[in-house]
Design a protein around this ligand. Structure first.
Ligand SMILES: [Zn+2]
Length: 178
């Protein structure tokens, strides 16, 4: 099953950045009206992520795939997505997936330390890390630092919590009626 692609509405910027780091192709809809957001979702086959209930219900009515994102923290929001996606099991998070650029959603390519040495990387970082990644689109550099470790722990905690049988079969994964 292909991994789901998302379009996050303007309120969910930090969630969109995390989803990219976790390897989900996630467009961020910064501005524009609901029709444009829906057109993008339809054109690129993206699932709409929104915490706006009227938009969510309208999108469902327009036969688009959409998740109502609930919660105040990104962790709660990720769990809310996972609950709704549980029936398809398509929303999987883990280490096995290549991350995408948090800024622009571009694909990352691995870079050896040797090649990173010619780039503006702080010497301390260069000494401590072996593997770097560069965004193919905006050229931003990434490495597995502390921030990355925090995100990895977050992804793991959401993953293990979301895969308990009680939640996978719970009422939240049921589709809303017409
Ligand atoms: Zn980028």
């Amino acid at each position: 099953m292909p991994r789901p692609k998302f379009v996050a509405d303007a309120m969910l910027g930090s969630l969109a950045r995390k989803l990219r780091i976790f390897g989900f192709d996630t467009a961020y809809f910064r501005e524009g009206d609901d029709e444009e957001l829906e057109a993008l979702a339809r054109r690129e086959k993206r699932t709409i992520l929104t915490s706006d209930r009227p938009l969510f219900e309208r999108s469902r009515g327009d036969r688009l795939r959409a998740y109502l994102v609930e919660g105040r923290t990104d962790r709660a929001r990720l769990l809310s997505i996972q609950r709704q996606a549980a029936s398809s099991m398509a929303f999987r998070m883990g280490r096995e997936t290549a991350s995408r650029c948090a800024l622009c959603n571009g694909e990352l390519e691995p870079l050896r330390r040797r090649d990173a040495a010619s780039l503006p990387v702080p010497p301390k970082v260069l000494a401590r890390h072996h593997l770097f990644y560069r965004c193919k689109v905006c050229a931003r550099l990434y490495w597995h630092g502390r921030h990355w470790e925090r995100l990895r722990r977050l992804s793991y905690s959401v993953k293990t919590k979301g895969l308990t049988p009680g939640q996978a079969a719970g009422p939240r994964s049921r589709r809303r009626g017409p």
